[in-house]
Design a protein around this ligand. Structure first.
Ligand code: AMP
Length: 220
């Protein structure tokens, strides 16, 4: 069975960090819509030009553009064994579109990583991201990425006024997704306030229990 995972949670909850670990552990594709948009901005493409101002204001790129990006990405063969989506869906219409894109594929597994706002703000203000490989090493004061030697920089939208706007957008547009998925047997909420290792352990336990649950359901 393919592991088709959606990571939910506010900015700074650790979705990207955990998505990377899950993708490596399960040999599945990691799809980060934020990374796709940042790459587009860096390459100077038309998409990047349209997305940059929206991202720097902490707002959301349109559902139409985002669904198009994800549809195209999911059509690639490396998603056949499964995928982990980081940063998508972010609105109920995006979630409904994703359900349509899942026709004929194994069911989505949705994980919420829950962290309170004070801790998120501290994390985001301290966050550094590698400008070459996108790694976000936790709690580092290094200026160089240990993985690839790239430069660790501050994300332009990790600035307090933009972070506050992103929280507001999350509350208004994205947090309803928790209710959208909560009723499904393939939804779990994880306490994201603990260490990266502890959160990763809880996620693996949750994935194992959900995968066992869906395969039991398939047999009955
Ligand atoms: P992230 O790296 O996931 O925090 O995304 C950074 C920014 O990219 C967000 O603040 C949005 O402006 C934009 N973005 C990423 N994913 C989406 C999405 N699914 N829908 C709309 N905007 C998005």
């Amino acid at each position: 069975m393919a592991l088709n995972l959606v990571m939910l949670g506010p900015p700074g909850a650790g979705k990207g960090t955990q998505a990377e670990r899950i993708a490596a552990a399960h040999g599945i594709a990691k799809i980060s819509t934020g990374d796709i948009l940042r790459d587009a901005v860096q390459s100077g493409s038309a998409l990047g030009g349209a997305a940059q101002a929206v991202m720097d204001a902490g707002q959301l790129v349109s559902d139409e553009i985002m669904v198009g990006i994800v549809q195209e990405r999911l059509a690639r063969s490396d998603t056949a064994a499964g995928f982990v989506l980081d940063g998508f869906p972010r609105t109920v219409p995006q979630a409904a579109a994703l359900d349509r894109l899942m026709a004929g594929r194994d069911p989505l597994v949705a994980l919420e990583i829950a962290v309170g706002e004070d801790q998120l703000l501290r994390r985001l203000l301290a966050r550094r991201v590698c400008d070459a490989c996108g790694a976000t090493p936790a709690g580092t004061t290094d200026e160089t990425c240990r993985r690839c030697g790239g430069r660790l920089v501050h994300r332009s939208d990790d600035e307090e006024s933009v972070i506050r706007e992103r929280f507001a957008v999350y509350l208004r547009d994205t947090s309803p997704l928790v209710d959208y998925y909560r009723a499904r047997p393939t939804f779990r909420s994880i306490d994201g306030t603990r260490s990266v290792e502890d959160v990763a352990g809880e996620i693996e336990t949750a994935i194992a229990s959900m995968v066992a649950g869906t395969s039991t359901a398939d047999r009955t």
